[in-house]
Design a protein around this ligand. Sequence first.
Ligand code: SAH
Ligand code: SF4
Ligand code: F3S
Length: 452
Amino acid sequence: MKTSKTTENQQGKYFLATFGCQMNEYDSNMIGAMLENRGMAATEDAAQADVLIVNTCSIRGGAEDRAYARIAAMKYHKRQRPGVRIAVIGCMAQNHGDKIPASLEHVDYVVGPDNYKELEGLIFSEVAPSERKVWTDQNDFENYEGLMARLDGTVSSHITIMRGCNKQCAYCIVPNVRGVERSRDVESILAEVRHAVNEGIHEVCLLGQTVNSYRTDTDNFAGLIRKVNAVEGLKRVRFMSPHPRHFDPETIRAMAECGKVCNHVHLPLQSGSNAMLKKMRRQYTRERYLEIVAELRAAIPNVAITTDIITGFVGETESDFEDTLSLMNEVRFDHAFMFSYSPREGTPAFGETETLTAEEKQARLERVIEAQMKHTEERLDALLGREEELLIEERSSRDSREWMGKTRCFKKVIVPEVAGVEKGAFVRARISERRGIVLRGEVITQAVPAEK
Ligand code: SAH
Ligand code: SF4
Ligand code: F3S
């Protein structure tokens, strides 16, 4: 969970806690910009805030539990200062609607992802919170065109290019809470990228639930990345998450030809079993997934491939599970986010009786984690001795005299302090050592990547 950064102001302060994925982070920054344009300032201290906002996630049961605990804890602030306004927003707000204020009376507003424009009126109205607390009408067209997210001090700027999702993966709550897919206008995306560059940002990451299905009247995803690549002053382009179904040769060609597009692809797999992929409604097979990996590796030198995996989906047999392990062994992912299946009410698979106990799902999760650890280390070791470009992101969490930077292939590397090097700088480093899953390196030169 991240909280917003502190800034100066006179019009009252807001505290905003964000759970969930980068698209929630983006929305929080967009709401932050909205409130700051009205003169409010962010605070990281909830006790100082006039408005408390929790941006929530519903992806798994655990994500909801954490959000509920955070919201419940805010009762203290309402008791101390009854004038404080508390808003629960985001995917769980959409998912649970009325249930939230029914169980947590101190919540003033519940606002879903298509209703963030309401927040401004609610927060700045002189009138005390009204009868209507829940704002969850869905709007298939709401894209927040014209709004730009605040830059939150991170070196890489994440920019949402599409909202919603048109897939119906059997386990997934996202289409229910985020609504149908809608792509933002190219010009407004480019304006946001240029704004970030003017503010000193060198790297952008384009976000969408199936980011490569981006499409407008004039552009598709390949066209968009070519246009983003052409933005002067920008040095690196990333995107997340592409869906295997939409990984066409045109996109791979654009990636290979655009010098700023980084050699890293996060390509969610979910399962290596065709039976499970079909049941999950993923719209690709194991063979097709492997083909995309091969195409990416042929087109993009040293491309890093990361993924998401779910273990223990309804009906997953030992042999299905072994298909996942064997695919992992074949691909040897650079990194993976791995989850035990969490049934979500309202999703297509929810009605089906689970075939595995929580312990069995957990045991499979541990087996994929163990397999992945080996591959992660192996991929990191492959970088030893190499010279890599790093974008310095922040101080090392272990030792504040050292810096953490990321390679173009998205690996963290720790380097010692060097005169003149600071956050946001590029250096070239020789990778010298792996400690656990962290690489260490020595700075060779400070270097700004050439425009390509
Ligand atoms: N749009 C992305 C995924 C977004 S959700 C895609 O299609 O790949 C991020 C990850 O959460 C998913 O890739 C999946 O691995 C996991 N996930 C989603 N729903 C889940 C559930 N019900 N139980 C466990 N993991 C889940
Ligand atoms: Fe969920 Fe599937 Fe959409 Fe990803 S593509 S957000 S997993 S429904
Ligand atoms: Fe969670 Fe919503 Fe993202 S459910 S993963 S915050 S789109």
